[in-house]
Design a protein around this ligand. Sequence first.
Ligand code: PNW
Length: 533
Amino acid sequence: IIKEAKQNVRQFPDGFIFGAATASYQIEGGWDADGKTENIWDHMTHKDPCLIVDCSNGDVADDSYNLYKRDVEMMRELGLQFYRFSLSWNRILPTSFPDKPNAAGIQYYNNLINEMLKYNIEPMITLYHWDLPQRLQELGGWTNPHIVDWFADFARVAFENFGDRVKYWITINEPREVCFQGYGDVTKAPRLNMKGIAEYMCAKNLLVAHAKAYHIYDKEFRGKWGGTIGITLSMNWYEPETEEDNVSAEEMRQFEVDVPFLKDFKRGGSAQFDCKFIDFFDNCVAISIKLTDTPRLRHLNYSWGQYAHPIFTESGDFPPIMKEKIAAKSEAQGFYRSRLPEFTSEELELVRGSSDFLGLNHYTTNMIKVDDSVTYDVPSYWDDIGATRYQPEEWDGAASTWLKVVPWGFHKLLNRLRELYGNPPIMVTENGFSSFGGLEDDDRVSYYRLYLDAMLDAMDDGCNVVGYAAWSLMDNFEWMRGYTERFGLYEVDYTSPNRTRTPRKSAFVYKEIVRTRTLDTSYEPDTNLMTID
Ligand code: PNW
């Protein structure tokens, strides 16, 4: 049992929207239905089933391919204003390319969207939530620069087919997990494990692909249909163990140096700079840069700054400290070029500012420390950071080992994002808690209350949080953890042929929050009967 949220009754502002989220591979099933072809998760789980802890897969999952009407009924029970779901690329484009779109696949999403709109539930589409076509993976997936066009084509097909009714778009879910876990490690498909190399190639291509899709929407569709489009990043908070590692946003922020004769000086940095030479007219014409470099700063910059900095700062590009460090390490390791690829100036411009809002998936916090007893693979992301992270024993936990309950980390993160990126609109696209199942989920109820309370604290500080989606509407295929870890507001019975969905206590509590637009920590629901109001 985790600590209770403090006694509180707090109001959400007008215009704030509430929803819940899922993703295609985690819920749809119908893995080969009506012409759908294989994605990297189908491929991996079929080839090597017990890579998944319970040897399961998403072949049937929650069977939302057939049961989507029940899903919409649950949204109505909860009173959701929006529902975030993702598209299966292979269901829509079985060849991976736009040459032979699959009418049945497109129909499935039209049915879902139309069913939601009947009840005034806004669809929020994630174009890509990890289920890459296997054929594209064989061509190198996100490490092949051609993916910029492959993804752009897929995005255009989606905008053309659904854009008249869908106003919220997210290009890509969690680049860090795609690139670092899938290409630099073995913890997500395709488990490429080319450490310190492939994840950075992936990062660059993914950002450019995202930006291209953004601009297609912006130029070709926004005018006629007027929606909004952004990217979703996973962002943990990293708390330093030592005081001297406690860098401020100011130190972390990119700045551009605008001095005569140094116009093209773009490096900037999380740094102080000194004027080295002042000319006759009192202009500073030569500067020296001192990059602040601490383990904590590197964690923040590599884990999410890597993806946020190129999009949400004035200067764009990867964080200076990251470029600097990886270039130096690469050289020392005998590479002829930095393992972190460079953006061309056109790419840099394309990516800069390419998001109407920051989609934020936040779950937990880690402590950072330098531990000389830890050895890292060389090269690798962890060696590039040169520090390790941990979570103290005394922090309350969930079913997922990585998920500790640290609401103050959410509060700090939101403030840091406000300071770093000019207070962009933040759409919380995921936040939630895992259990091993059961309807009396008081620990999930506490988690939601604590995190919503922390989010309201940040909003009181001025953070521009515009919406919130609970992860997840219902239990689903939790990637490498299969069906063992449950994130649902609704429990799913995987032994029943119709995948019976039953509301947990947290569903009743969330429903009341959405209905009253109020966080009232003393509310005790009557969990006997779920109704549609
Ligand atoms: C998300 N972290 O991933 C995914 O978007 C979902 O598909 C997934 O089911 C859900 O979380 C729960 O695991 C995460 O760094 C990515 O703490 C990163 C973190 C947590 C979750």
